[in-house]
Each structure stands twice: as C-alpha cells, then as structure tokens.
Design a protein around this ligand. Structure first.
Ligand SMILES: Cc1cc2nc3c(=O)[nH]c(=O)nc-3n(C[C@H](O)[C@H](O)[C@H](O)COP(=O)(O)OP(=O)(O)OC[C@H]3O[C@@H](n4cnc5c(N)ncnc54)[C@H](O)[C@@H]3O)c2cc1C
Length: 479
C-alpha cells in the first residue's frame, strides 16, 4: 500500500465521498463526475508512473525496510536530493509542468514538518508527535494532500479578529475532548475536491489578537462539515483534445474550503493559538527550501514547453528567419538554463538541518520563486506576439471535417507544414497562453507561491547582505 498506483488512488477517492459544489450541482463522488474525471485521471497517471518498472527505482525509496514514494523522501545526502529531483522531474514532465499540485508539492511539506517536529513541540510534545505520525500515516498510505492556507479576501485592511463576522476567517469555535471545532473558510485549494487530505497552516502576517485563527492541521477531504465550492470549470469533461490539447487533459479544479463546524481530532492538530509560532512556521520549518525545490523543477518543465511552442510556431511559418524574432526566442531560451542553474546551485549549497538531514539552499530557490513568474509572463507575451493573428484563426476539428475542409486545407498551411498540423500547433499555443486554461496557468505562476510583492520584499529582508556591505565599505575606503 505504501506506493499506490492510479487505480488505487481513484479507489481511495471513491471510498471517501466528500461534499463538492460545482456549477450549481452537489456531487459526492468525484471519480464518476464528467467534470472531475479528467483531473482525476491526470493525477492517477502520476501514481501509475511511480509503479512503472522503468521509474520504480527513482520514484520509490526504502526506509526501515519498507518501500515509500520518493516524494516523501527525507533527504540526508546530496544523492538523496538528486534522486528527489529526478523523481520530481518524471512527474513534472508527465504534465509538462501544468499540474501545479502534483502530490510531491505537499509531500515535501509533510516531510519538512516531520523533520522539524521540534518546532511544533514548543507547544507540547504531543504536537511534535502528531506531526511525525501524520507524515508517517500519509507516507504509508501514499495519500494525496493539498492545502488551503489563505484567508478569504473579505477585507485585507483588517486582521482576522477585526472582522464583524467572527468567522470570516477560519477559527476555533470550541475545544472539546475529541479535538477542535473549526468554522470559517480558507482559499484556494487547488485539487481540494480531488485530494485525500486537506492541510491548513498559517502564513506570516498574523497579528496579536488573532490567536483563535492560528491553526495548523491536516484532515481528510471527506471530513463531516467540510465542503468545497469550486470555481466554474473550464472543461465540462467533453472538450475535444484536438481543440484544447492542454485544457482537456490538465485542468486543475480550484475551490474555497468551507468548514462548517468541522471536528479536527487532537491527533491531527499541529499548531494552535500561538501568533509567534504561526508567523515563524514558514521560516523555521524549511517549508520554502523544500517546496521551492519541487516548484522549480515543475516550473522548468512548464517553461520548457512554452519556449518549445514559441520556437515551433515561428518555424511553422518561418518567421524565425527574422533577427528580432530570433532575439526574442533567444531571450526566452536563456531563462531555461538560469532556472536549471538555480536548482543545481540550491542542491550544491544544500545545508545540514542539524537533525541528520539536509535541505536545498533557500536563496537560489526563493530567487526563482520571485523571478520565474516574471519570466513565465514574458514567455507568454513573446509567444502571443510572435504567433500574432495566427492564434485567433484556428477553426475547430469539426470544421476540418466539414465542407469547409478543402478551403482550410489550402489556406491554413504553414511553410512545409500541412493545414491540420499548423492548426494543431497554433491551438497548442493558444491553449498554453490565451484560453481560460492558459490564463489560469499564467495566474497560477503569479500567485501560487504567495503575493509577489511580499515575496520580493521578504527576499530583501531575508538576504544576508553583510558581504555586499563589506564590499561597499572596501570600495569607499579605496582598498
Ligand atoms: C491558480 C491559483 C491556484 C492557487 N492554489 C492555491 C492552493 O492550492 N492553496 C492555497 O492555499 N492557495 C492557493 N492559491 C492562492 C494563493 O496562495 C494566493 O492567491 C496568494 O497567496 C495571494 O493571496 P491573495 O490571492 O489572497 O491576494 P491578496 O493577499 O489579497 O493580495 C491582493 C493584492 O493586494 C495586495 N495586498 C493585499 N494585502 C496586502 C498586505 N497585507 N500587504 C501588502 N500587500 C497586500 C497584494 O500585493 C496584491 O497585489 C492559488 C492561487 C491561484 C491564482
């Protein structure tokens, strides 16, 4: 059971109905609903890959005589970090980096928490035990977790306790013998409806008075009182793969999680009621070092696809013969080795955690977290500008097979490329950049790792500038 395949993943979702609201409908079984069937299949494919004979050695590891997914691996050596990267790369390439919430994203968080269990133990040894046990539980059952860690955008000028509605943000209603009863909402759980477990944990920026809202826990997506309200789906499950080559395969549902007096059992509570710890969690539990490793690997796959599309489409109409087009393609290509370099540097400069394991260096990965969304945005822009009107003339698959077919075959050709091939290439470009799916892909990069303004500012605040200031002093002193 410790390494599941796709069928076992789907069975797990089916066995645990949850309350999901989408486009005015309530559904419990996401595995049989047309809207969710493709997102579930895309995730199931990842689970199949880790069981495939050619990937098993990379995608699994042994610990205490048992076999687990590499996505849960606690890296102790540089070889472990490399293995983790290789494993992440297999999953990232399977979806061209378009699945932001592949299971390795949150599995690294669980691993980092377990590794830093003493942080949680500051409030009592049982919280450290809870974190360790939860990690082991998810690892043993190879569960898929996602997270909802952002308060709803009700009034950003007020902290949680300053809202008229006491439960505008997720907070504790009462402590019982069994656990905490929580009420309120959190956004934005990508793949929330299709996950096994939902994690909630605090982000920095919490103020005194917000104690009841400082919460870290993990509960099943099927928990009583937990409901998912999904954004409007882009694909109702019937989109043609010809017309939407990416959107018809890789849409990720996004949802607000509503907690209607949900019981969080005590053994699932990791942190509660401590503003200082809530603000310190991200920094002290190596979360960013580890998720940054995964997101950089995934980002590299996604950027590679986009640049590949830009190069292909210009070659299709031979616009790559012009100098300014080459320059823009060169700019986009230049981002790829920079991303790879940051990943390798973070591994090379991996730091001991002081608890027997190592973590990738923070600075190169956090630099990527800030820069990659900008580069990605630039790649989207360049792709659209270079494709120009070609992006908005593509007929549908049905048109190709209609009486208009001969005209299409004649007038939609590229340079040495037949009409159907040319249309497919430009549809791919539009789906990657312009459709609802493509725009979500862009917006995902902008925001999945938090507000870019605060990411940039924290880079300044966290950076060790002492060596730079010493250089300036030396220059001023004329040495
Ligand atoms: C496609 C997509 C998928 C996502 N998936 C997930 C997920 O799976 N799980 C999850 O938990 N989250 C997810 N997120 C949410 C993401 O974490 C947030 O969007 C991000 O943290 C920014 O928060 P916000 O959207 O509430 O923006 P806000 O914090 O409301 O910011 C909006 C704007 O106001 C400014 N602003 C607001 N408040 C402040 C402040 N206090 N100080 C300075 N500036 C401020 C910001 O600079 C920004 O420009 C996802 C987001 C997207 C777009």
């Amino acid at each position: 059971m410790a390494v599941r395949n796709g069928t076992e993943f789907i069975e797990g979702l089916r066995r645990n109905p949850r309350e999901v609201w989408i486009a005015g409908r309530r559904i419990d079984d996401v595995t049989s609903d047309p809207v969710f069937r493709r997102p579930v299949a895309a995730l199931a494919h990842l689970y199949d890959l880790q069981c495939a004979p050619e990937h098993r050695a990379t995608m699994t590891h042994q610990e205490d005589g048992e076999v687990f997914g590499t996505s849960f691996l606690m890296p102790r050596t540089p070889a472990d970090l490399l293995k983790r990267r290789q494993s992440m790369t297999i999953w990232a390439n399977a979806s061209f980096g378009l699945l932001g919430r592949s299971p390795d994203f949150l599995n690294t968080v669980l691993m980092a928490w377990a590794e830093n269990a003493d942080f949680f133990g500051q409030r009592g040894a049982r919280f450290a035990d809870n974190v360790r046990n939860y990690y082991k539980f998810c690892r043993t059952h190879d569960l898929f977790a996602t997270h909802a860690i952002v308060n709803p955008q009700t009034d950003r000028s007020r902290s949680s306790h300053q809202h008229d509605d006491q439960f505008a943000h997720l907070g504790v209603v009462e402590e019982t013998k069994e656990g905490l009863i929580v009420r309120g909402a959190k956004m934005l759980a990508t793949h929330g409806p299709t996950a096994d477990e939902i994690l909630v944990y605090p982000q920095p920026g919490i103020r005194e008075g917000d104690e009841r809202y400082v919460l870290a826990f993990g509960i099943p997506a099927s928990s009583k009182g937990l409901r998912f309200i999904c954004r409007e789906p882009f694909d109702d499950g019937t989109q043609s793969v010809f017309d939407h080559p990416l959107g018809a395969r890789f849409e990720e549902p996004d949802a607000v999680c509503v907690f209607d007096d949900v019981l969080v059992p005590w053994d699932r509570v990791f942190l509660y009621g401590d503003v200082k710890m809530g603000n310190a969690l991200f920094g002290q539990a190596s979360i960013r070092n580890n998720t940054g490793h995964q997101t950089a690997v995934r980002g590299l796959a996604k950027c590679s696809l986009l640049v590949g599309i830009a190069v292909t489409l210009t070659r299709t109409v031979k616009s790559d013969t012009f100098l300014h087009v080459q320059e823009q393609l060169g700019e986009c290509l230049s981002y790829l080795p920079l991303i790879e370099a940051a990943i390798v540097l973070a591994e090379q400069k991996a730091e001991p955690t002081g608890r027997g394991s190592i973590r990738p260096a923070y600075a190169p990965l956090q630099a990527l977290r800030y820069q990659l969304p900008r580069w990605y945005e630039r790649m989207v822009h360049v792709t659209q500008v270079l494709a120009a009107g070609g992006l908005l003339i593509s007929p549908t698959e049905a048109d190709l097979r209609s009486p208009a077919g001969p005209d299409i075959a004649r007038y939609y050709r590229g340079a040495g490329v037949d009409a159907e091939e040319r249309i497919r290439i430009f549809k791919l470009a539009w789906d990657a950049t312009g459709t609802q799916f493509g725009q979500r892909m862009l917006h995902y990069e902008r925001y999945y790792a938090g507000d870019p303004v605060r990411v940039g500012a924290s880079y300044y605040n966290d950076y060790d500038v002492a060596p730079l200031l010493a250089m300036v002093k030396r220059a001023l002193a004329g040495k």
